[in-house]
Design a protein around this ligand. Sequence first.
Ligand code: NAP
Ligand code: G3H
Length: 503
Amino acid sequence: MKNFQELSEIKEGNNYKYYSNGKWQTSLSGKTIPVHNPYNKELVGNIQACTKEEVDEIINIAHENIECWKDTPLHKRAEILSKAANLMVKWSEPLGYLLMKEIGKPINSAISEIVRTADIFKATADSRTLFSGETILGDAFEGYTKEKISMTYRVPLGVVLCISPFNYPFNLAGSKIAPALMAGNSVVLKPPSPGPLTALHFGIILEKAGLPPGVFNIITGRGSEIGDYLVSHHMIDMISFTGSSEIGENIAKIAGMKPLLLELGGKDAAIVIDDADLNVTVKAIVTGAFSFSGQRCTAVKRVLPMPGIADKLIEKVTEETLKLKIGDPANDNTIGPLINSEQCGYVQGLIDDALEKGARLICGNKRKENIIWPTILDNVTDDMRIAWEEPFGPVLPFIRIKSAEEAIEISNKSKYGLQGMIFTENIDLAFNIAQELDVGTVQINGKSARGPDHFPFLGTKSSGLGTQGIKYALEAMSRPKVVVMNLSERGKLVKKCSFTEDY
Ligand code: NAP
Ligand code: G3H
C-alpha cells in the first residue's frame, strides 16, 4: 500500500496545491518550492510559494468561518475529530510512507507519527467535559451576597495560526489543529517547507470527516518570506508554534497582543549518579540521543555522569550505539539522513570545535552525503560549543561531573529549559535534584520525551511559552467567558438564623 491513491485534486503532477476555503489552489506567484528526499535527493513534490495577498485571503476566509464553527455543537465537533482520527488510522501506511520520503524518518516511526496523531484527535474528541465551566457565588467576599452569581464557560479565541516544524510535521500540526478545532476556532496551518506534503493531507482528512469548508485552511511558502507577515497579521487571534528558539523568540517580539503557545528548542541533560541502574540508563540514553538521528527537541543532548560510573557508562553506551542500524529510512534504520546538507555542516562544525578544544572522540565523526554516524564525545568542557548548542543531529557529549551540585549548575546554565533526566536508585536524591532543575519536566530513570500526549509538555527560558498536552492546549486555545447575574432583593427568602453583635 505504498502508493497512496490521491483522493482529491491535492496535486497536479508533482505540484501540490494549497488549501483555502475547501478548495485546492495554485498560487498566483507562479513559484513553487521543491521538497527533496533527504536520503537520496529525489524530488518528492513541489509546494506553492504563496504570496502575502494569498495570506490575507486565507486569513479572511478563516475569519469569516468562525461564527458557523463556534456555533456548531461540541458533540458534533467531537464527531468530526473522531472521524478524522479513523481516516488517519486507515491511511497511516501511505501517509507514513510519504512522511518517510519527505523528511527521512525511519518508516516505522513515520507510520507511528500518523497513528499517534489519530490518538490525539480521538482523545481530544473525548475531552468534551473539559468545557463544562463553573458557577461561583459572590458571598465569599465581604460586601457581596449570594445574589451575585458568576457563570463561566469557555469560548474560542477566533483564528488560530498553527506552525509546525520539519521533524514532526504531521504530528505537531495535528496536536495543534485538534484542540484548536475542538475549542471552536477556525484554523490556518503553515507547515514547514522541508516536509510539508503529509501535513497537506489534513485538508482531505478533515473535509472527508465533515468539516465545513473554510474552517480549516493551509497556506504554504517559506517562513523567511511569509512568516513575519503571518504571525503579525491583525486577524490572527492566537499562535501555536513549534520550532527553533530563534524563530519562536522573533514571533514573541512581533506578534503583538496575541496569546502564544511556543514549543522551542532544548538541551536536555541526563544526570547519572554512581548508583544508577546501568542497563536502564544505557538504554534510555542511546534511544533518547539517537532516535531519528537526534532530530527531536527532547533528544538526550548531554550526559553528566558522576566519577564512579562515568567510564563504565561511556563504554556501555558506546557498545549499544555501535549496534545502531545506519542507512535508508525505508529499511527502518535508526540513523538516517539529517534534513539537509546545511544541517550536516552545522553538526560537523560542533564536532570539529569540540575536537579542536580537546574533547576525546569515542566513536563516529564520519559523514556520507546527509548521514552523520552517531558520534560520542568524552571530556567535553564548558568552553566547547557542543556543551551548550542544540545539534539536532546524532552527537552525544559527555561532560564529567564531580557532584550533584555541579550537575545542577551545568544543567541550569543552559539557555534552554525543556526537560532534564536523573538516573539513580536514590529516590530522595532524585527528588531533591528534580526540584532544583529549571526545566519544564524532569524524568526520573527515563529518557526525555513529550508523551504520553495528555501529560503537560512545556519548556522554561528559551524552550518555550505556555503548555501543550491535550487539556492544556484546549485551555490555551479558548478563554473563559463570564456572565454575572445580579439578582434583585425581590423574592429573597427570610433568613432563619440571627447572629449576636460580637459573633
Ligand atoms: P524552524 O526553522 O524554527 O521552523 C519551524 C517552522 O517555523 C517552519 O514551519 C518554518 O517554515 C516556520 N518559520 C520560519 N521562519 C518563520 C517566521 N519568520 N515566522 C513564522 N514562522 C516561521 O524549526 P525546524 O528546523 O523546523 O525544527 C527544528 C527546531 O524545532 C529545533 O530547534 C527543535 O528543538 C525545535 N522543536 C521543538 C519542539 C518542542 O516541542 N519543544 C518540537 C519539535 C521541534 P519554513 O520551513 O518554511 O522556514
Ligand atoms: O521534537 C520534539 C517533539 O516534541 C518530541 O516529541 O519526545 O515524542 O519525540 P517526542
